[in-house]
Design a protein around this ligand. Structure first.
Ligand SMILES: Nc1nc2c(ncn2[C@@H]2O[C@H](COP(=O)(O)OP(=O)(O)OP(=O)(O)O)[C@@H](O)[C@H]2O)c(=O)[nH]1
Ligand SMILES: [Mg+2]
Length: 311
């Protein structure tokens, strides 16, 4: 597909974070622009702005404290001390090391399991990851292991068709682990280097769902050494911390290795990423900034902090 004016990663991240950035910057505008001295009023405004961006009370007060300490230094009388300190502190907080990444055996596909509460963006993210792998010259395969609803399979099939990526599916109601079994075989037979497994998110049958995920993991591991090499927990930035209690269930059952934060383009509260990383202590792998195949960004803590804070 011809993409004549594809914006840079940074431009897309900034576009995705536009609402959060604008809100944050308009609120801290004074504190950021004025040559800063640790004026309590400006610090209060800063804290309010951070709270409004949903960074969480603990992070908000720590960030303000870091700014206060730095601005209070005799030699820190620069105009941009607030910006510099915020950026560095935000980047540092978002740079948590993940569990060691599983490396597939030579010639075997890497298996990525996409899990999370319903509606967070799992299917879209699975398709986006496949799209980016294909665009980079890889050979991805998609597995429709959300067999709970016919529409879930159809949705992934539409993506796969559009992207020209092979999809392994069964009928609605089939055992998701059986889909994964077939998908592993298909991925190996095709010489694929990546297998992305979309899973169901409905929690009303919580016990079954968690059993189902454990079984998917077992089957994948039996068929492909070390699989799943990555388990991505997809979280929705718009619902933010509200979805976390439920998402925790997945941490236990699914052996999550990293996070994907979707819908960053649809919220003025993108600071929630700080609260979430603090809470779950897992690295963010990707950020979703829209509904098209292209709207998935590799997470980079410094780039993110800069998109949030810099003009
Ligand atoms: N704006 C925006 N919308 C997104 C993003 N990611 C997903 N969506 C939308 O969110 C809705 C739900 O996405 P799905 O991928 O179907 O979510 P899911 O987790 O698979 O949902 P279930 O399978 O029902 O549990 C869809 O309308 C997507 O287009 C994103 O990064 N930004
Ligand atoms: Mg889905």
């Amino acid at each position: 597909m011809a993409e004549p004016s594809k914006p840079s990663l940074m431009a897309r991240l900034k576009r995705g974070l536009f609402m959060t950035h604008t809100e944050l910057i308009s609120r801290v505008g004074e504190a950021i622009k004025v040559r800063f001295s640790p004026d309590p009023k400006a610090l209060d405004a800063l804290e309010e702005a951070l709270l409004a961006a949903d960074v969480g009370p603990a992070t908000a007060s720590e960030l303000v404290e870091a700014v206060r300490v730095e601005a209070g230094r005799r030699d820190a009388g620069e105009t941009d001390v607030v910006r510099r300190v915020l950026k560095a502190e935000i980047a540092r907080r978002l740079s948590v090391p993940g569990p060691p990444a599983g490396v597939p055996a030579p010639g075997q596909p890497r298996v990525v399991l996409v899990v999370g509460v319903d509606g967070t963006g799992k299917t879209t993210t699975a398709a986006k990851i496949a799209a980016r792998a294909a665009a980079a010259g890889g050979k991805p395969v998609l597995a429709a292991a959300d067999t709970f609803r016919a529409a879930a399979i159809d949705q992934l099939e539409v993506w796969a068709g559009r992207l020209g990526i092979p999809l392994v599916k069964h009928k609605p109601g089939a055992d998701p682990a059986a889909v994964v079994f077939d998908a592993c075989a298909a991925a190996k037979a095709r010489g694929a280097d990546l297998l992305i497994v979309d899973t169901a998110g409905r929690l009303h049958t919580k016990h079954n769902l968690m059993e189902e995920l454990s079984k998917i993991r077992r089957i994948a591991n039996r068929e492909i050494a070390g699989a799943p090499h990555e388990v991505l927990l997809v979280l929705d930035a718009v619902t933010g911390m509200n979805g976390l209690a439920q998402a925790r269930e997945f941490l236990k059952a699914a052996g999550v290795t990293g996070l994907v934060l979707t819908k960053m383009d649809g919220t003025a509260k993108g600071g929630v990423i700080l609260a979430i990383v603090r809470e779950l202590n897992l690295p963010v792998r990707y950020v979703g900034v829209g509904e098209t195949a292209d709207d998935l960004l590799d997470f980079d803590a410094e780039g993110f902090a800069s998109a949030l804070i810099d003009d």
